[in-house]
Design a protein around this ligand. Structure first.
Ligand code: HMH
Length: 209
């Protein structure tokens, strides 16, 4: 990147292809067309629950590194994650799926990536957090409306309230990014690209069974 002011918007505009592959995928297309098999959908569902368990820890670490002005949004985010975990458990129950299974390698890799952000500056964590939420917000939104039984899945991450939340996460990440050195900015760009790659791989996991 040539510009010295790194923002979430400049990350997106510098890497349109990487971001597209994170948010446009046959998994989502086949959910929208109703052609995904139940096994494929259930694979994603259980692995995403395992992902969100680790994402909860990442959210907590982000809160612990954040300035007080960001607490309100991050606490709201943690509250939404609490609902999401319970919702995943209910969805798994409806489908008679066990959530006590090992993560697949891609899920494991994504979880390790999130853990690796722990010692990073808040700006790095905040940008990764924004990118992860934006990927689902845009991914589900770009493939909406979803037919039944996937409508509620599309709405969960594609709804306007979630879009607003992601916008505030972007503003908070931008304000933190403004404090970074040039070397740290380079690192943020790598983290962003890693999120994009992991998101793409995560969708693909459903087709590995
Ligand atoms: C893989 N990325 C993945 N799962 C999610 N639930 C989100 C992002 C959004 O929380």
């Amino acid at each position: 990147m040539t510009t010295s002011v790194l923002t979430c918007a400049t990350l997106l505009s510098a890497h349109p292809e990487a971001w597209k592959s994170a948010t446009v995928h046959p998994f989502l297309q086949q959910c929208q067309q109703g052609t995904i098999t139940p096994e494929q959908f259930n694979t994603w569902l259980v692995q995403d629950y395992l992902f969100v368990l680790e994402f909860t820890r990442m959210a907590a670490r982000s809160l612990s590194a954040a300035p007080p002005a960001h607490f309100d949004t991050l606490l709201g985010g943690l509250g939404a994650i609490k609902d999401e975990l319970l919702w995943f458990q209910a969805k798994a129950n409806e489908r008679s799926l066990s959530l006590s299974i090992p993560p697949q390698p891609i899920c494991q890799t994504y979880c390790e990536f999130m853990q690796s952000l722990a010692p990073q500056p808040y700006a790095v964590q905040a940008t990764a957090f924004w990118a992860i939420e934006l990927a689902y917000n845009q991914g589900w939104q770009r493939h909406s409306p979803m037919p039944e039984p996937y409508t509620e899945f599309g709405d969960r991450w594609g709804n306007p309230g979630f879009t607003e939340y992601v916008k505030v996460l972007e503003q908070q990440a931008d304000s933190a990014l403004a404090t970074l050195s040039e070397a740290e900015q380079k690192q943020v760009e790598q983290v962003f690209l890693e999120v994009a790659r992991l998101e793409k791989d995560f969708w693909q996991m459903a087709f590995a069974v």
